[in-house]
Design a protein around this ligand. Structure first.
Ligand code: ADP
Ligand code: MG
Ligand code: MG
Length: 887
C-alpha cells in the first residue's frame, strides 16, 4: 500500500508530484531548519483516488490518525481540546501553483468550547472569536458551498451598526454576534449545523480541498496554463500560527527580488493584526514590507536572513508567505516565484553574474513564450492629446487599450464580439478568472503587487495595473471616477501601461518594444538597456547550443529581409500563390479559360517574367542562404470570381451577359469542389495543368541565374506540395530537372538547386522511404498533416467544436497550435527515419505553424530535424527554443 501521508520532516522539494508544490517546499524549509509550524501532507495520490472513486483510499484514515497524534505530541496540545486547543489549517497545494484557485480552511479545531480555551490561552477574547468566525466563514463557503457574500453582508451589517468600515474596530462581542449569525446562515443555507467535532471538521475540509481540484475556476486556470487535468492536489495540515493576536502580530508576503523588474531588494506587503488571506485579498490596506523594519526590527532582520537563505538554496527568486505571532516569525509558504517576462531574463543573467547558475541554466530559466511577450508593442513614449488620469502599481507589463468593463460577464461578452476590453475592478477574486482571460488588461483600485489580480495577470502574461487608489470603482453603476472630475463609464476606451502603472483616458498609440528594436538592429546590447543586454546574452548562448537552424516562412523580399534581421538562416517556406493575385488574376483567368495549348502557353508566358522578378528579390534578401520555394498549392478556383456573385451577374444580365462572364461561370462551376482542401491542388495541379509548374520552375531557375550573374549567391530549393505517392513526385521532378538543365544551358550560369517535397499527407509519411528516393529534402507541412491525420478541416472545426474537445480533455491544446506528438508526431518520426534510411543525409525541416511553437520546436529537435521554419516575427522565439531544446 502506498504511503499517503508525509510529515513535513519527511518530504523535500523534489517531491512535488506527490506532495504538491506547497507541501514539498514546506518540507524543504522544515529541513533547512527554518521556522515552519509543524504539520503533515496528504498526497495528491490520495486525492486522485478520491476523485476517481468518490471515497478515501483504504488506510488513509489510520495514517492520518498516526500523524495527527505525532503532531499533537510535538505541540503538546490536542486538536480542538477545550482547555488549550491545537488548531490547524487545511491547505490545498498542487504540483503547479494555481494561486487562489483552490481552497484552504484556517482555524480548524475551534468550536463553542475550544474558543474559550483559545481565548484563555491567548489572553485575548476578541482574537479567539475573530478566529472562530473566520473558521465558520471559510468552512461554510468552502466545505458547505454557502454563498460567501452572505457572510460578507453580515460583516458589513455589524460594521454599519458600529458605525465603522474597518474590521479593526470590531470588538469581541461583535465577533460573538457574528459567530451566531454565521451559524444561522450555515443552518439555513446548508441545511445542517456547523460541525463542532474537530476531527470531523478536518476530514470534511480535506475532502473539500480534494474536490476543489475540479472547481470551474480551477479547470479554467489549468486550461489557460496548460496544466494537466488529472494531477490532483495534495492537502497540507499545518498547525496554526496567528497573525491576528494584536499589533505585535501580522501577516505578509514577500519576494526575494522585484517580480516585475528582477531588481534585488525588499518587495512585499505586510498587514498588522491580520490573518492569512487578508493580504492577498486586498481587503485591507497593507503597508510596504520595508515598514516592518520600523514595526518589528528583529522579525524584519530575521526575514531578510531567511530570504537570502532561500535564494541561495533554490538558486532563484522565491516568493514567501509569513506570519508574525507576537514577535515570532513563522514561514508558511515559499516557492520559486512567478515573474514577468522581463524579470525572467534579467534574473537569469543576474544569477549568472552572481555565479549561482551557469549559462545553460540561464537559458533554461526563460522561455520562448516570455520572449514573445517582450516583443509585444508598448505605448509610445510621447503621448499627446490623451489624458493621463491616474497611476497605479505596475503589476504586469504590457500596453493594453480597450473599453472599460466592470464585470467578468461583460468582459467575456464583449470579447466574444471581437472587442478589446479592460476589466476594471476594485479587486479581483478567483471568480474573475474568465473575465481576466477575456480582457486585454486588468485595472484594480485596491491591492498590491501580490494581490490576486497582480499574481494571476503576471502568470497569464496579461497587462495589469493594480492598486490605483485614486480611482473610485462602482461596479454596480458600471463606472469609475478619477481625480479631476473624470468619470469613465462602461464602453469608454482607456489605456493602461503595466510597465509604468499609468492609466489614460482614450487610446494611446503603441510602438515597437526595445527587444524588437534590438532584433531589428536599431538597438545594440551595448546601448545600456538592461533587458536588451540580458536578451542578447541568452540568445547568443541559445544560438551556440542549437542543433537546428531556424528559417522563416516569407513570401516576399521585405519579409525575407526582416526574417534575416531576426536571425533566420534561410527561408523554409516561400508560398507562390500570392504571385497569382492582384493584377495577375487576369492572367490566371486566361490560363484557366484557355482554349488550346497556344492560348494557355501565352498566359503562362505572361506570368513567367513577373514571377521571376519576385524570386530575384527574395534571393537577394536571402543571399547565401537556402530559399525553399513551394510551387503553387491552392486550388485554381480560388483565383476566380465567387460562384454566387458571378451566377447572379450572368442571370441578371440575361441574354445580354458578357460572353467572357459566361465562360468564367462555366469554368468556376466546372472547377467547384465540395472539399477543396482534398481536391485539385498541390502536385495534382502540376500534373493536370500542363506547363504550370514548368513555368514556375523556369522563373526560379532564371531568377537564380540572373542573381548569380549579378554576383549573388542564390540557393534555391524547389518544393512540391501535397505529394502522396512517389510517382507524382517523379513526374514533376523529371520535368523540373529538364527545365533546370535547359536554363543552365541557355544562360550559361550553373546554379545548383535541390528538388524535394512536402510531407503533409499520411500516405507520404508512411511511404517516405520510397519518396525519399526522388526527394532531396523533406519539409513537414504540419498544418495539412494535422488536418489530414485527424480529418479536421482547420478552417471549420476550431470554432465548431474545439472548445468542447478541450473541455472533455480530448486534447489539452489545439493540435494546430502545438504538434500532436502521439499521432501527427508519430508520422513525422516514421517519415524522418525512413527518409534518412533511404537517403542518408536527406535534409529535413518543418514549415507548418508549429515551427514557431515552443513545445513543437522541442519535438522537432528530438526527431533530429535540420531546421524549423516559422513566421518572421516568431524567429527569435524559435531560435531560443531550439537552443533550449539542445541543452
Ligand atoms: P493559497 O495557496 O491560496 O495561498 P494557503 O494554503 O497558502 O492558500 O493559505 C491561505 C492563507 O492562509 C495564506 O495567507 C497562508 O499564509 C495562511 N495560512 C495557511 N496556513 C496557515 C497556518 N497554519 N497558520 C497561519 N496562517 C496560515
Ligand atoms: Mg499561499
Ligand atoms: Mg499544405
Amino acid at each position: 500500500m502506498p504511503k499517503f501521508v508525509y510529515d513535513f520532516t519527511e518530504g523535500n522539494k523534489d517531491l512535488k508530484d506527490l506532495l504538491g508544490g506547497k507541501g514539498a517546499n514546506l518540507a524543504e524549509m522544515t529541513n533547512l531548519g527554518l521556522p515552519v509550524p509543524p504539520g503533515f501532507t496528504i498526497t495528491a495520490e490520495a486525492c486522485r483516488h478520491y476523485l476517481e472513486h468518490g471515497t478515501l483510499p483504504e488506510g488513509l484514515a489510520e495514517e492520518v490518525n498516526a500523524h495527527l497524534a505525532a503532531l499533537e505530541g510535538a505541540m503538546g496540545k490536542k486538536l480542538g481540546e477545550p482547555g488549550d486547543p491545537l488548531l490547524v489549517s487545511v491547505r490545498s497545494g498542487a504540483k503547479f501553483s494555481m494561486p487562489g484557485m483552490m481552497e484552504t480552511v484556517l482555524n480548524v479545531g475551534l468550536n463553542d468550547e475550544s474558543v474559550h480555551g483559545l481565548a484563555a490561552q491567548a489572553g485575548d477574547e476578541r482574537f479567539a472569536w475573530d478566529s472562530y468566525r473566520r473558521l465558520i466563514q471559510m468552512f461554510g463557503k468552502t466545505v458547505l458551498d454557502v454563498d460567501g457574500d452572505l457572510f460578507e453582508d453580515a460583516v458589513e451589517d455589524v460594521k454599519r451598526a458600529r458605525g465603522t468600515d474597518d474590521d479593526a474596530d470590531l470588538t469581541a462581542d461583535d465577533f460573538k454576534d457574528l459567530v451566531d449569525r454565521f451559524k444561522a446562515i450555515v443552518r439555513e443555507q446548508a441545511g445542517r449545523e456547523f460541525p463542532t467535532d474537530p476531527r470531523e471538521q478536518m476530514d470534511l475540509a480535506t475532502e473539500a480541498v480534494f474536490e476543489s481540484w475540479n472547481a470551474d475556476r480551477a479547470i479554467l486556470y489549468r486550461r489557460q496554463e496548460r496544466i494537466p487535468v488529472d494531477l490532483g492536489t495534495a492537502v497540507n495540515i499545518c498547525s496554526m500560527v496567528f497573525g491576528n493576536m494584536g499589533m505585535d502580530s501580522g501577516t505578509g508576503v514577500a519576494f526575494t527580488r522585484d517580480p516585475a523588474s528582477g531588481h534585488q531588494g525588499i518587495y512585499g506587503d505586510y498587514l498588522q493584526n491580520a490573518q492569512g488571506e487578508d493580504v492577498v485579498a486586498g481587503i485591507r490596506n497593507t503597508v510596504p514590507l520595508t515598514e516592518l523594519e520600523r514595526i518589528d526590527k528583529a522579525s524584519y532582520d530575521r526575514l531578510l536572513e531567511i530570504m537570502e537563505t532561500l535564494e541561495n538554496h533554490y538558486l532563484d527568486m522565491c516568493d514567501i508567505e509569513f506570519t508574525i505571532e507576537r514577535g515570532k516569525l513563522w514561514m508558511l509558504q515559499t516557492r520559486v516565484g512567478k515573474r514577468t517576462a522581463a524579470a525572467a531574463f534579467r534574473i537569469a543573467c543576474q544569477l549568472l553574474d552572481q555565479g549561482l547558475i551557469d549559462a545553460d541554466e540561464a537559458a533554461r530559466r526563460v522561455t520562448g513564450g516570455q520572449l514573445a511577450q517582450l516583443m509585444f508593442p508598448r505605448f509610445a513614449s510621447r503621448v499627446d492629446g490623451v489624458k493621463k488620469i491616474t497611476k497605479g502599481m505596475n503589476a504586469s507589463p504590457g500596453a493594453a487599450v480597450g473599453k472599460a468593463v466592470f464585470t467578468s460577464e461583460r468582459a467575456v461578452e464583449l470579447a466574444e464580439r471581437g472587442e478589446d476590453v479592460i476589466l476594471v475592478r476594485r479587486e479581483t477574486n478567483p471568480d474573475d478568472l474568465s473575465g481576466m482571460v477575456a480582457a486585454k488588461g486588468v485595472l484594480t483600485s485596491r491591492g498590491g503587487k501580490t494581490s490576486h489580480a497582480a499574481v494571476v495577470a503576471r502568470g497569464m502574461g496579461k497587462t495589469c495595473v493594480c492598486g490605483a487608489e485614486e480611482l473610485d470603482v462602482d461596479v454596480k453603476a458600471g463606472s469609475f471616477t478619477a481625480p479631476g472630475g473624470v468619470t469613465v463609464s462602461e464602453g469608454d476606451v482607456i489605456s493602461i501601461d503595466g510597465s509604468s502603472g499609468d492609466v489614460y483616458l482614450g487610446e494611446v498609440p503603441v510602438e515597437d518594444s526595445p527587444v524588437v528594436r534590438y532584433f531589428e538592429g536599431e538597438l545594440s546590447a551595448a546601448d545600456g538597456d538592461e533587458l536588451v543586454t540580458a536578451v542578447n546574452r541568452v540568445m547568443e548562448h541559445a544560438d551556440a547550443r542549437a542543433a537546428m537552424a531556424v528559417r522563416a516562412n516569407a513570401d516576399n523580399a521585405e519579409d525575407a529581409a526582416r526574417a534575416r534581421r531576426f536571425g533566420a538562416r534561410g527561408i523554409g517556406l516561400c508560398r507562390t500563390e500570392h504571385m497569382f493575385l492582384g493584377d495577375r488574376r487576369q492572367l490566371v483567368e486566361q490560363l484557366i479559360l484557355a482554349e488550346g495549348d497556344d492560348e494557355r502557353q501565352a498566359a503562362l508566358d505572361a506570368l513567367e517574367p513577373l514571377q521571376k522578378q519576385d524570386f530575384e528579390g527574395i534571393f537577394e534578401a536571402m543571399d547565401g542562404l537556402p530559399v525553399t520555394i513551394r510551387l503553387i498549392d491552392p486550388p485554381l478556383h480560388e483565383f476566380l470570381p465567387d460562384i454566387t456573385e458571378l451566377s447572379v451577374r450572368v442571370a441578371l444580365a440575361g441574354d445580354g451577359a458578357d460572353p467572357k462572364d459566361r465562360r468564367l461561370l462555366e469554368a468556376v462551376t466546372r472547377l467547384h469542389e465540395q472539399n477543396p482542401m482534398l481536391g485539385l491542388r498541390g502536385v495534382r495541379l502540376g500534373l493536370v495543368i500542363p506547363g504550370l509548374f514548368a513555368m514556375q520552375v523556369r522563373a526560379i531557375a532564371e531568377a537564380a541565374a540572373a542573381r548569380k550573374a549579378a554576383g549573388g549567391d542564390p540557393r534555391p530549393e524547389i518544393m512540391i506540395p501535397l505529394v502522396g505517392a512517389v510517382q507524382e513526385l517523379e513526374a514533376v521532378r523529371d520535368e523540373a530537372r529538364g527545365i533546370l538543365d535547359a536554363v543552365r544551358e541557355s544562360t550559361g550560369v550553373d546554379v545548383p538547386a535541390l528538388v524535394g517535397t512536402m510531407i503533409e499527407l499520411p500516405r507520404a509519411a508512411l511511404t517516405a522511404g520510397q519518396i525519399a528516393e526522388a526527394a532531396e529534402f523533406f519539409s513537414f507541412g504540419t498544418n495539412d498533416l494535422t488536418q489530414t491525420t485527424w480529418g479536421f478541416s482547420r478552417d471549420d472545426v476550431e470554432a465548431a467544436f474545439f472548445s468542447r474537445y478541450l473541455e472533455l480533455g480530448i486534447f489539452g491544446v489545439s493540435p494546430f497550435e502545438t504538434l500532436d506528438r502521439e499521432g501527427v508526431g508519430r508520422l513525422v518520426r516514421i517519415a524522418a527515419e525512413e527518409g534518412r534510411r533511404a537517403r542518408p543525409g536527406i535534409k529535413l525541416g518543418i514549415c507548418g505553424e508549429h515551427g514557431g511553437d515552443p513545445d513543437s520546436v522541442h519535438f522537432c529537435h528530438e526527431v533530429g530535424l535540420d531546421y524549423v521554419s516559422c513566421s518572421p516575427f516568431r524567429v527569435p522565439v524559435a531560435r531560443l527554443e531550439a537552443g533550449r531544446a539542445a541543452i
